[in-house]
Design a protein around this ligand. Structure first.
Ligand SMILES: *Cc1c(COP(=O)(O)O)cnc(C)c1O
Length: 243
């Protein structure tokens, strides 16, 4: 794990990159939130993040996040405020109950059955609202989760809107990895934004959150209208997969 000083420098650099990307397309830098992604890093990662003022962190596994939340409370010697925890990784059906118990928002709702299950579980554990994002596979990448075309996203949105407890904040996607250029990423982000606009007009609902862009492709994401970039490596360095 890197030192807090190094993390602080990384933060400044990421904020600068976001500001530059915003300036290049005439957006206000405050219109893009940074979500520090703390997966595969020790509890120091969310502690660092909270210490410099981030109010939320992203994790992609239920058990890992649960453990880290507990450790955060125990090891938070600087008294940093407790952040909100967002699930950004694929959620297996058998972990859905735990996810509803521990996450403040689930960004990775990628099927009708998962949406319905989350809604039902909220009722069972008396959780009034669960904010969610719908995950779309806007880049049609066979290796990625999420609805692969507009019609299946529309059906997922319809099911989510029908939930009593689900609060649909917007959409999320992960762009396909393309070593050649950021063009593929840019195309996926443009598609996600267009799908969002179409859903808003067809359902007459606001879907303000567009969670798209990671360490390497934050600039095209911002250009396409991202409101939240999810940043792991550029803030915390390489992940440790043995954790
Ligand atoms: C790991 C992860 C990120 C962060 O990726 P970096 O390239 O390290 O910035 C963002 N989004 C999702 C869904 C992830 O799983």
């Amino acid at each position: 794990m890197i030192s807090f000083e190094e993390f602080s420098e990384n933060c400044a650099r990421v904020r600068e990159r976001v500001a530059e990307a915003c300036a290049a397309c005439g957006r206000a830098p405050e219109s893009v939130k940074i979500l520090p992604v703390t997966k595969n890093h020790p509890v120091a990662a969310p502690i660092y993040a909270a210490r410099v003022g981030f109010s939320a962190v992203g994790e992609n596994r239920v058990q890992e996040a649960e453990l880290k939340k507990k450790e955060f409370s125990e090891k938070n010697v600087f008294g940093s405020p407790f952040p909100r925890w967002e699930l950004i990784g694929h959620l297996q059906s058998n972990k859905a109950r735990r996810a509803v118990e521990i996450f403040d928002r689930v960004q990775s709702v990628d099927s009708i059955s998962l949406a319905q299950k989350l809604d039902r579980l909220c009722g069972e554990i008396s959780r009034e609202h669960l904010p969610i994002l719908l995950q779309a596979n806007a880049g049609s990448d066979p290796a990625k989760f999420g609805t692969a075309d507009y019609d299946s996203l529309r059906a997922l949105a319809e099911a989510a809107f029908a939930g009593t407890h689900l609060q649909v904040d917007g959409l999320m996607c992960v762009a396909p990895i393309d070593d050649d250029s950021l063009e593929t990423a840019r195309r996926s982000f443009d598609i996600l934004r267009a799908w969002r606009d179409r859903l808003e007009s067809e359902f007459g609902k606001k879907l303000p959150e567009l969670s798209m862009g990671m360490s390497h492709d934050l600039a095209p994401a911002v250009a396409a209208g991202s409101t939240m970039v999810r940043i792991g490596t550029a803030l915390f360095g390489a992940r440790n997969y043995t954790l």
